[in-house]
Design a binder for this molecule. Structure first.
Ligand code: HPA
Length: 289
């Protein structure tokens, strides 16, 4: 049976976090598979394991540390999720997105979300970064939407506008920062599948045909709830492997590839996100919705 969480559970988790940190973060950051090290750059950080936070989904996959780090990054108060839960681990879409509700109650107005993804666009190489311009909610179309169930109007509207899910100003900032750092930031559409099996060649052809540039198993449930909550969203995919539509006969260990590519991606991703956060700070009022 599906469990629908309510404001009571969200508030219990938010109160627990408030009681464990002095910080009042305005930016939430989710670090995807193999992308954890950015959290080590945080100053005056408090660390809270997910397993201690009431109702929080606990990540079980290698490459996901499973803790909150709350502290200062580039002079801003930031809450970092080191790792996330996925649908394939057995969590409902609403449970996966529970941390976003908690961020909402903590007063966070900007969500920066990262993931490891497979490149579908033939121009992408492993180790590249892609700015998410839009997503295809394939699992949502199949019924796995985190907003299914009773709607709490205090948290957001019943029907959510998803026409500009990824904030244009944040995207422009990310492009400016990447240009300044001297690396290519591709732009494209992310598609979320339920996983955990990777795609067949026929799946990959289909995903390309419907207009996806990168494929992964996360992000869309969290972004859907963030938009319901009125947050501004920035999404970055780290391309950890590229789609192989014509198999060579050799079977690959894609999860190992994903973890390996994380090492190349992390320095670029870290510089990019830090750059956007410091730009937000220098542009003052941009932290407001
Ligand atoms: N497919 C789906 N999810 C992924 C992939 C992939 O190739 N790489 C990283 N996450």
């Amino acid at each position: 049976m599906t469990q629908f969480f309510t404001r009571k559970e969200f508030a219990e988790a938010a109160d627990f976090i408030r009681s464990h940190t002095q910080h009042e973060p305005t930016i939430g950051l989710i670090l995807g598979t193999g992308l954890n090290p950015l959290a080590e750059e945080m100053r005056a950080a408090e660390v809270i394991p997910y397993s201690e936070i009431p109702h929080f989904p606990v990540a079980t996959v290698e490459g996901h540390v499973g803790r909150l780090v709350v502290g200062e990054l580039e002079g801003q108060e930031v809450l970092i999720m080191q790792g996330r839960a996925h649908h394939y681990e057995g969590y409902s879409p609403q449970h996966i997105a529970l941390p976003i509700r908690v961020m909402q109650l903590l007063g966070i107005g900007i969500l920066m979300v990262t993931n490891a993804a497979g490149g579908l666009n033939p121009a992408f190489k492993a180790g590249d970064l892609m700015l998410i311009t839009d997503h295809i909610n394939l699992i949502g179309m199949a019924g796995l939407n985190p907003l299914r169930g009773p709607n709490d109007p205090e948290l957001g509207p019943r029907f959510v506008d998803m026409s500009q899910a990824y904030d244009l100003k944040l995207r422009e900032m990310a492009l400016r920062v990447a240009q300044g750092l001297g690396f290519t930031l591709h732009q494209g559409v992310y598609v979320c599948l339920a996983g955990p099996s990777f795609e067949t060649p026929a799946d990959l052809k289909f995903l390309r045909l419907i207009g996806a540039d990168a494929v992964g198993m996360s992000t869309v449930p969290e972004v859907t709830v963030a938009r319901h909550a009125g947050m501004r969203v920035l999404g970055i995919s780290g391309i950890s492997n590229v789609a192989v539509i014509e198999p060579t006969g050799e079977s690959k260990a894609v999860h190992e590839e994903v973890l390996e590519a994380g090492k190349i991606l992390v320095p670029k991703l870290t510089a990019l996100l830090k750059g956007v956060i410091s730009l937000l700070a220098s542009e003052g009022g941009s932290l407001d919705k």
